[in-house]
Design a protein around this ligand. Structure first.
Ligand SMILES: Cc1cc2nc3c(=O)[nH]c(=O)nc-3n(C[C@H](O)[C@H](O)[C@H](O)COP(=O)(O)OP(=O)(O)OC[C@H]3O[C@@H](n4cnc5c(N)ncnc54)[C@H](O)[C@@H]3O)c2cc1C
Length: 583
């Protein structure tokens, strides 16, 4: 009837045999994730072996690529091929359409699951129809694990990837599960219509709960689409979290065969909620608008013994704003304040600064509320009162950053508020690297105007009187090279959706720009966009083992990535980390 499949009548034994296959293949589908995990472990082992095998061969010069010979040569070639392959896979298929690697992996996984849907179904149409549903359901526990924010997630542990890095896989698997459920629904409807059972079966509980589940899946997938997310992130977020929890009920009531998977989802969800609760802490801190910018600065002093003192540079937290009549009178604002937590990177080094510093660019929903709150708390003054703030975290991939003392050149690039990620890492690198080994650090920070850099705590310098502009290449006196990309003055435009949140007085802005016209110690200020390719060429031509870390707008990251890739193609050994603030 359809691709050789028919509605067949089965006797009890045949139905029993079908049921056994309907248990076997979803189990295979669920546990085949272990193969992927095993591949990750294999790649870690191979990278480790390559690293140590080549360690002794590494000469102290960038001409490494030409000198190695003998037994190490093939290892070096293997490492270079692997690095090139990773760069190739990282490239987007089309802008904002995901990377080649994601497409290849997603397609392979989809084909594998479709194979498990079809294998051993013979010509039994209903068997195929049920398989689509149960194979889709078998992926749900892993799908919920991928969404786990807490670092105790086994997937994060085994893949060494953070929640932010795993989000893409969560999105891809979500689409595959959705596709399988849609096939399951369509095939069943076709069966009901063609066999004349529709009027009767549509009243049955299993069908009703099946339709409810499918409807919820359609809503969750539609609101998760990029266009909807960009149009209104809150619609996506609230519907996603709400439905992800709600859908468990109709799925459980749909049919008994999928209950083991639904129960696993309940376990994952409960653990996730407990881990998140365990990471939620209430503090008291100040919220202040930075003059001449649309940046909101949140400072939370830390007492001795607080766990946050041990947080690693580059980690981020989810900030919830205080709710209650004291902070807003509008019911809508109250709801938003209470229910939306946004991620922000800790821009301080908590162990040194004894405080948590968050810097948030006011853009749209919650950050706009944050700016309004800051404005109402300290209108036109420098003093801000302490208010209650809830932070959930810390989270993030920065706990898995490598030991930077093993690199001889480190290039850090930040765009705008992306320096909240780079600055603490820069400071900790300067503190921890052994300068006698000659590690050279360059930090390029592009900002639209100098006042946007005012929040930064810069490392203290041994030689305070020396001329910073000459110190760029010396690691122990490295300075932050701040590039001002827009002319200074009162008419500065932000160019983004947050333009209207420029709340500082013009006079305040002018005096600040004047003050900061004289660069602070540890900063070398230049005008114009940073010449990314020239900087990368300078760094890469002198180093043998190079680390490049970037956090900023997509255009900056893409330009940097293109130039760095040209050096990877030439055989340079480059560690790359790109942190993104959106998705
Ligand atoms: C790991 C990480 C660290 C960040 N650190 C900083 C920082 O230090 N300073 C800074 O100014 N910005 C940072 N951002 C970006 C910041 O979170 C968004 O700009 C902010 O949430 C926008 O909020 P909104 O209310 O204006 O917009 P909304 O309309 O609420 O959302 C717009 C965009 O904000 C992002 N966003 C909002 N909530 C979340 C969430 N719960 N999870 C993931 N993304 C979300 C999404 O990209 C979304 O498209 C970071 C983002 C991430 C993912």
């Amino acid at each position: 009837m359809v691709w050789g499949y028919e509605f067949v009548n089965l006797n009890d034994d045949q139905k029993h045999a079908r049921r056994r296959l309907l248990e076997l293949y979803p189990a295979v589908a669920e546990w085949s994730v272990l193969v992927v995990i095993a591949l990750f472990q294999l790649s870690f082992l191979l990278s480790w072996l390559l690293k140590y095998a080549l360690e002794d061969e590494r000469p102290g010069s960038p001409s490494f690529s030409k000198r190695v010979s003998g037994s190490a040569a093939w290892l070096k070639n293997a490492r270079q091929h692997w690095a090139r392959l990773r760069w190739w896979a990282r490239k987007p298929v089309m802008r904002n359409w995901g990377s080649r690697g994601e497409w290849i992996f997603g397609s392979l996984w989809a084909v594998w699951l479709l194979y498990l849907c079809v294998v051993d179904t013979g010509n039994d149409y209903l068997h195929l129809t049920k398989r689509f549903g149960i194979i889709g359901a078998s992926q749900l526990p892993f799908q919920y694990l991928l969404a786990m924010r807490a670092p105790y997630s086994p997937v994060q542990f085994l893949t060494r990837m953070s929640h932010e890095e795993l989000k893409k896989s969560h999105e891809i698997l979500g689409r595959i599960i959705y596709f399988l459920f849609i096939l399951h629904g369509i095939f069943y409807m076709n069966f009901f219509v063609q066999s004349g059972f529709l009027a009767k079966r549509i009243k049955d509980k299993d069908v009703i709960f099946g339709i409810i589940s499918l409807t919820l899946f359609i809503v969750v997938n539609t609101t998760a689409m990029e266009n909807v997310r960009r149009w209104n992130y809150r619609v996506f977020y609230v519907s996603h979290i709400l439905i992800a929890n709600l859908i468990i009920v109709p799925l459980y009531l749909h049919v008994t065969h999928i209950r083991p998977y639904v129960l696993q989802v309940i376990v994952v969800n409960t653990l996730h909620a407990a881990f998140r609760f365990q990471r939620l802490t209430h503090y008291a801190g100040t919220v202040k608008l930075l003059p001449g910018t649309n940046l909101v600065e949140i400072r939370i002093p830390l007492n001795a013994g607080e766990a946050a003192l041990k947080w690693k540079p580059g980690q981020h937290v989810y900030l919830s704003l205080p709710s209650g009549k004291a902070y807003s009178t509008s019911a809508k604002d109250q709801f938003v304040l209470r229910h939306q937590a946004n991620p922000f990177t800790v821009a301080s080094v908590p162990s040194q600064d004894r405080e948590l510093l968050l810097v948030a660019r006011a853009i749209n929903g919650n950050t706009k509320q944050l700016a309004k709150l800051a404005h109402s708390l300290s209108p036109g003054t420098d003093e801000a009162p302490n208010i209650p703030l809830a932070l959930e975290g810390p989270y993030g991939a920065s706990t898995r950053l490598p030991d930077f003392s093993t690199f001889d050149r480190i290039l850090l690039v930040a765009g705008g508020v992306g320096a909240t990620f780079i600055m603490p890492i820069y400071r900790s690198i300067l503190d921890s690297t052994d300068h006698t080994l000659g590690t050279q650090v360059r930090f390029i920070w592009a900002v639209r105007k100098l006042s946007e850099a005012q929040w930064a705590s810069l490392p203290s310098h041994e030689d305070e009187d020396a001329d910073d502009s000459e110190a760029v290449s010396s690691s122990h006196r490295s300075v932050v090279e701040v590039c001002i990309t827009r002319p200074s003055g009162p008419n500065l435009q932000m160019g983004g959706p947050g333009d209207d949140i420029e709340m500082a007085e013009d006079e305040q802005l002018l005096s600040l720009e004047e003050q900061m016209g004289k660069p602070r110690k540890g900063m070398a200020v230049k005008e114009g966009r940073p010449r990314v390719s020239k900087i990368v060429d300078e760094v890469c031509s002198k180093g043998t083992r190079i680390a490049v870390l970037v956090c900023g707008p997509q255009s900056l990251t893409e330009e940097l990535s293109r130039t760095v890739e040209s050096w990877v193609q030439k055989g340079s050994d480059i560690y790359w980390h790109e942190e993104t603030f959106g998705w």
